[in-house]
Design a protein around this ligand. Structure first.
Ligand code: SF4
Length: 469
C-alpha cells in the first residue's frame, strides 16, 4: 500500500531554522562560511545532495569541493554494497584531522547508511568527531540539526522513519545546467531478497503530480534539455493515491509542457512495466528511446529466490512487446552475478538472455550480502573467485554485443544533446535519445543544446559523426 501525499508538508518550519543559522554564521565566521557535500551511491543520493546543497545555500553557506576550506562537511552515504560502506568509513575518518585544522568545522553523516541502527551506533562509538547523524526521511531537517548544534546541543542522532509524508519545496541547488534529476517518488515496496532499500528508504511514496509538473515546468523554463524522473520503481508511480495519475499519465502530462526537452526515467521494474507505458513511449517523441529494465538473472529459479515477481519468459515477452512498438528503443539492465544458490547452469541462462536481448550496456555486480536481508541468510557455496570468473565471462560477452550493436548507428541521423568536449581536440560529445554516445566536430557554444548529427563511422567502439542542418 502506497502512502498518498494529498496534503504536502512544506519546508516552512525548516526555512525559519535556516534563517536562524544564517544569522549565527554571520557572527561566527569573519568570511562567507563554506560547506562540502560528499555523495556516495545512486542517482537518488545525487538528487538528495542537490537538496542538501540548496538548504546549505539558504543557510548562508557557499558550496565548495575543497573539504579543507569547509566549515560544514556532510557525507551522503550509500548502503547498497559493502564496498561503498567501507569507502564511507575511510572518508569520515579524515574528519578528525580536518577538525584539528578548523575547530569550527561541523561534520554530518546522512543517507542510507546512517538510517541503519548498527551504523549509527558505530559512528556514535568510534567517530566522536561526527556531530550529526540522520536518516533518509528526515534529511529536510538539516537546518534544524545545524541550528541545534550551533546552539550547543550534544551530538545529534536522528533516524526515525516518520509517517512517510513527502516534504515539498525544499530548496535545490542543481549540479547540472542542462541535465537534471526530478524525483517523482521515494522508497520501495518490493522487498527483493538481496536489497536493503525498503528498509533504509521506507515504503513507496509518490509525490503529488502537480508538484512534479510545477518542477518540470520550471526546469524547462530554466533551460534544462534533459529531465530524468527518479524513483526506485518509477513504473508504480501513483499506486494507492487517489489522484488517478499513474506513471504513463504523468509522462504524457510532462510531455505536454511546451519546449524542446527530453525525458528519461529510472529505475523501471519489469513487473510494473505495462503495455500502456510502452505505448506512451511510442506516442511521445520527448520520451527517450531507452529503457533501463533490470532483469538481475536469466534463470527463473533464481528470479524466484530474488522475489522479483517475473520470470525469464515474462521478461523476454516484455522486451519483444517493447521492440514491436518502439523499433529504435535501446535496453540497458542490471545483473547480479553469483546470487546465493546460483549454479553455473543458472548463470548460463543469464548469458543466453544477454545474447538474446542484445543490451546496449549492462551494470553488472557480483552479489554482495547486506545485513538483515533474506538473501544474506541463504546458503552460498560458490566461491568469490568462481563468481569472478563468471563475471568476467559476462563482461566479455557484453563487450562483443555492444561492439556489434553500435555499428547499427552508422549512416543514420540523430538529434543529440551535446554534453561535453569530445576525446579529441575540436570534437564534442553528445548522446542520442537511445543513449548512444557520438562525437562530432563543433564549437563549445553547442554544449547544452540539441544538434542534429549524421553518424559517419564507428571507430574502436565509439561513434563519430558530423553536424547536419
Ligand atoms: S525493486 Fe527490489 S532491488 Fe529495486 S529498490 Fe525495490 S527492493 Fe531494491
Amino acid at each position: 500500500m502506497q502512502i498518498s501525499t494529498e496534503k504536502n508538508n512544506l519546508f516552512g518550519e525548516q526555512a525559519v531554522f535556516a534563517q536562524r543559522v544564517r544569522a549565527i554564521l554571520a557572527t561566527r565566521h569573519n568570511r562567507v562560511p563554506k560547506a562540502t557535500v560528499i555523495t556516495f551511491g545512486c542517482q537518488q543520493n545525487v538528487s538528495d545532495s542537490e537538496k542538501l546543497k540548496g538548504m546549505l545555500c539558504s543557510m548562508g553557506y557557499e558550496i565548495t569541493e575543497d573539504e579543507h576550506s569547509a566549515d560544514f562537511i556532510i557525507f551522503n552515504t550509500c548502503a547498497v554494497r559493502e564496498h561503498a560502506q567501507d569507502r564511507v568509513y575511510g572518508n569520515i575518518g579524515k574528519v578528525k584531522q580536518l577538525k584539528k585544522d578548523n575547530p569550527l568545522l561541523i561534520a554530518a553523516v546522512c543517507g542510507c547508511m546512517a538510517q541503519q541502527e548498527i551504523v549509527a551506533e558505530k559512528i556514535k562509538k568510534s567517530y566522536p568527531y561526527i556531530d550529526i547523524v540522520f536518516g533518509t526521511q528526515v534529511f529536510h531537517r538539516l537546518p534544524e540539526f545545524i541550528y541545534k548544534r550551533l546552539k550547543g546541543s550534544g551530538r545529534i542522532f536522528e533516524r526515525d522513519l516518520p509517517n512517510g509524508d513527502i516534504v515539498e519545496q525544499i530548496p535545490i541547488k542543481r549540479d547540472g545546467t542542462f541535465k537534471g534529476w526530478l524525483p517523482i517518488m521515494y522508497g520501495c515496496n518490493n522487498f527483493c531478497t538481496y536489497c536493503i532499500v525498503p528498509y533504509v528508504r521506507g515504503r513507496e511514496r509518490s509525490r503529488d503530480p502537480e508538484e512534479i509538473l510545477a518542477e518540470a515546468r520550471q526546469m524547462v523554463k530554466d533551460g534544462y534539455k534533459e529531465i530524468t524522473l527518479l524513483g526506485q520503481n518509477v513504473n508504480s508511480y501513483g499506486k494507492g493515491c487517489d489522484h488517478g495519475i499513474n506513471f504513463s499519465k504523468l509522462l504524457r502530462k510532462i510531455c505536454e509542457i511546451e519546449g524542446d526537452f527530453r525525458i528519461r526515467f529510472m529505475t523501471s521494474h519489469p513487473k510494473d512495466c505495462t503495455i500502456e507505458l510502452l505505448d506512451t513511449i511510442k506516442d511521445c517523441e520527448k520520451i527517450s528511446r531507452h529503457l533501463h529494465l533490470p532483469f538481475q538473472s536469466g534463470s527463473s529459479r533464481i528470479l524466484k529466490l530474488m522475489n522479483r515477481y517475473y520470470d525469464r519468459e515474462g521478461y523476454l515477452k516484455l522486451i519483444k512487446e517493447a521492440r514491436a512498438r518502439i523499433p529504435d528503443v535501446s535496453f540497458t539492465s542490471d545483473i547480479i552475478v553469483g546470487f546465493p544458490g546460483e549454479t553455473y547452469e543458472d548463470f548460463k541462462e543469464t548469458l543466453s538472455l544477454v545474447e538474446e536481448v542484445k543490451f546496449s550496456s549492462l551494470f553488472t555486480f557480483i552479489y554482495s550480502p547486506r545485513n538483515n536481508t533474506p538473501a544474506a541468510a541463504m546458503p552460498d557455496p560458490v566461491t568469490r573467485k568462481e563468481k569472478g570468473k563468471w563475471f568476467d565471462e559476462l563482461l566479455r560477452l557484453q563487450e562483443k554485443i555492444a561492439a556489434e550493436n553500435i555499428k547499427e548507428y552508422v549512416g543514420k541521423e540523430y538529434k543529440v544533446i551535446c554534453d561535453d568536449y569530445g576525446s579529441e581536440e575540436g570534437y564534442l560529445s553528445g548522446h542520442t535519445s537511445s543513449s548512444a554516445v557520438v562525437e562530432f566536430k563543433g564549437d563549445s557554444s553547442l554544449i547544452g543544446n540539441f544538434v542534429n548529427v549524421r553518424v559517419t563511422s564507428c571507430q574502436g567502439g565509439s561513434l563519430k559523426g558530423i553536424i547536419i542542418e
